[in-house]
Design a protein around this ligand. Structure first.
Ligand SMILES: NC(=O)c1ccc[n+]([C@@H]2O[C@H](COP(=O)([O-])OP(=O)(O)OC[C@H]3O[C@@H](n4cnc5c(N)ncnc54)[C@H](O)[C@@H]3O)[C@@H](O)[C@H]2O)c1
Length: 315
């Protein structure tokens, strides 16, 4: 059976992707890796290697050792943290991608997944139902690294035939692993406050609408895209993925339907400017057409599953 390597497997997405792929294909075919060790659950669930995604030799050694044919490159510095360390973010986000693109070019791996983000869009992009192809002038270092990464992915596909596939994830919401420093983290923190009976102070304004998605939908999309026939994949930069759009106010109202005493106030910080530069909603009709993409979770089901999950995880 072909083997898969997940780099950045201890993160918010990597940990759930690892668990889902191990359930689907068996634990020994899915090799988890990260620059640090992860939760006890992840470490006990199958093979794990400590590796630095920016170190080509280390990455190549692990790939050759396990005879890996597919890599999911999930290591990156996210939007909020990247604004604090722009050069570090650039170095990590670009070098980790080049390493795997070059390993694929040298035919040491056959398939590559690399995540992009709605951060590729900027203040001059149409904000509502942002189309697949549109103006892209990102104003954050994170967005610049993702847009550049998309261009390189498409280039490696066209020039060298590298089978690289990508999704522009919206803000991802989950409770199993803490978020990694993004601008949409408020939509996770809010559930922890609601469950603990605390007042939540949102770092975004009440009317800031952003595209969001429950983690199960994001994992489903990632696996469906990677399993799709190559001739269906017409976009080799990165696919728009929509999900649901809501504001902090709308999310808090949906939470109040289940936790009536929940209270929220607003104290925007530097992440407000990042959020203001991003789309409010995304048109993902190209992903629907090319590989039958369809999301399952709406705002109500997302609130139900998050409240239940957070409650169980802290009890
Ligand atoms: N979470 C979201 O809402 C979201 C939205 C859009 C795009 N994305 C993208 O998805 C990917 C994964 O995001 P996430 O939310 O899981 O991030 P995360 O910060 O939770 O996880 C990233 C993981 O990468 C690891 N890492 C950092 N530097 C490394 C290195 N040099 N070598 C190996 N591992 C290293 C970290 O230890 C961490 O476990 C990133 O590319 C991110 O930009 C995430």
């Amino acid at each position: 059976m072909a083997k898969t390597l997940i780099v950045g497997a201890c993160g918010q997405i990597g940990s759930e992707l690892t668990a889902t792929l191990r359930q689907k294909h068996g634990k020994d075919t899915i090799i988890a890796s990260d620059i640090r060790e992860g939760s006890a659950e992840l470490m006990a669930s199958g093979p794990f290697e400590v590796l630095d995604a920016t170190n080509f030799a280390q990455l190549q050694d692990v790939i050759m050792h396990y005879d890996i044919d597919t890599v999911y490159m999930m290591a990156a510095m996210l939007s909020g943290t990247a604004e604090k360390f722009p050069m570090k973010a650039w170095e990590l986000n670009m070098n980790s991608l080049f390493n795997v693109l070059n390993l694929a070019k040298e035919q040491k791996i056959k398939h590559l997944f690399w995540p992009s983000s709605i951060a590729v869009f900027g203040p001059t992009t149409p904000k509502l139902d942002t189309p697949q192809q549109t103006i892209m002038e990102p104003s954050t270092v994170y967005g610049i690294s993702k847009q550049t990464g998309e261009r390189w992915c498409e280039y490696y596909y066209k020039r060298y035939g590298v089978d690289v596939r990508s999704i522009r994830y919206p803000g991802l919401i989950s409770y199993k692993t803490p978020p990694g420093g993004g601008t949409t983290d408020y939509a996770i923190e809010i559930f922890h406050s609601a469950v603990k009976g605390e007042v939540y102070t949102s770092f975004l304004n009440e009317d800031t609408a952003l595209p969001m998605m429950y983690m199960d939908d994001a994992i489903k999309a990632t696996i469906e895209l990677m399993e799709a026939d190559g001739d269906k994949i017409n976009v080799r930069s990165s696919y728009n993925l929509g999900g649901i759009s809501f504001t902090p106010h709308e999310l808090s109202e949906a939470i109040k339907l289940k936790v009536s005493e929940f209270k929220i106030n607003y104290k925007p910080d530097f992440r407000q400017a990042i959020a203001d530069s991003w789309p409010s909603s995304i048109d993902d009709s190209v992903a629907q057409k090319d590989w039958n993409w369809e999301h399952k979770y709406d705002l109500k089901t997302l609130v139900d599953v998050m409240l239940k999950g957070v409650e169980e995880s802290i009890s």
